[in-house]
Design a protein around this ligand. Structure first.
Ligand code: AMP
Length: 285
């Protein structure tokens, strides 16, 4: 594992590989690495010759009252995991270099990501799209890997990559879960005992909705049952949303019958911790 901070060093390190025609797999992260990140790295290993992982807690995707300062930073542990996963390069740029003094350019996803995370975190996806574009320009990957866990982020990154003609492929890895179903997240470590127990309600609600959809139950009835289950499993959770959406546009769908596939998205707060989850379902099958 070679750890690089300056942008010019990252570019220089990749140049000989690019000249040789090696394929570059890129896994952008904010660190506090867990098995979800590791699964993306393993997918990248299967598909590409050279693996670059970035750790960058991107200030522009956090709102003023969000957890930028409190976001977990666990570099020593992260480095050990990256060595175990046989990663070639760890890119850890400095925020001052990614956003040079007077930086004035930002990618606006405001007309695309208007709902769900886009509504609750107003400039979040502009920050995500801008930093991902900057990282793509630095690393020039052949394939960039993202987790299904952040389904709306996947939709945003795919749209940005397409709209700005980045010559690369976006590949999506499945959501990795704890044994009880809770999706792994860097923020799970902040849940207290009760919150952790209740947090499993998110995946339970999603799986119930999937089961009902596949059994032919209508969207609203399935949604009510899922909400009831969530209230039962997680009485203190504060729900932000639970909806069935088109997986590409993130527009709400009206009924399961109308679609072959869709994504069910859920977000709720457990104390100060906000958790997201989703599943892709195929009610038309
Ligand atoms: P983050 O460090 O949270 O920004 O995540 C970096 C990448 O890992 C993103 O593409 C996430 O979607 C992905 N990721 C996070 N959690 C999981 C998970 N439980 N399973 C699969 N991928 C994940």
């Amino acid at each position: 594992l070679r750890t690089l901070r300056p942008i010019h060093e990252m570019r220089a390190a990749l140049q000989p590989h690019q000249k040789e025609g090696a394929t570059i797999g890129f896994v952008p992260t904010m660190g506090a690495l867990h098995e979800g990140h590791a699964s993306l790295i393993r997918l990248a290993r299967m598909k590409c010759d050279v693996i670059v992982v970035s750790i960058f807690v991107n200030p522009t995707q956090f709102g003023p009252n969000e957890d930028y300062d409190a976001y977990p930073r666990t570099l020593d542990e992260d480095s050990r995991k990256l060595i175990d996963e046989n990663v070639d390069f760890l890119f850890m740029p400095d925020a001052k270099e990614i956003y040079p003094s007077g930086a004035s350019t930002s990618i606006s996803m405001a007309n695309f990501a208007t709902e769900f995370e886009g509504a609750i975190r107003p400039h979040h996806f502009d920050g995500v799209a801008t930093v991902v574009a900057a990282l793509f320009n630095i690393v020039s990957p052949t394939i960039a890997f993202f987790g299904q866990k952040d389904a709306q982020q996947v939709a945003v990154v795919k749209r940005m990559t397409r709209d700005l003609h980045f010559p690369l492929e976006i590949m999506v890895g499945p959501t990795i879960r704890e044994a009880d179903g809770l999706a792994l997240s860097s923020r799970n470590r902040f849940l207290n005992g009760t919150e952790r127990q209740e947090a499993v309600g998110l995946s339970k609600a999603l799986f119930l909705m999937e089961k009902q959809a596949l059994a032919g139950v209508g969207l609203e009835v399935a949604r009510s049952a899922a909400l009831e289950l969530l209230t039962h499993c997680a009485p203190s959770a504060v729900l932000d949303y639970l909806e069935a959406v088109d997986s590409e546009t993130f527009r709400k769908i009206g009924s399961f019958e109308a679609v072959e596939t869709c994504t069910i998205v859920i977000a709720a707060r457990f104390g100060k911790i906000r958790l997201l989850d989703n599943i892709v379902i195929r009610p038309g099958k």
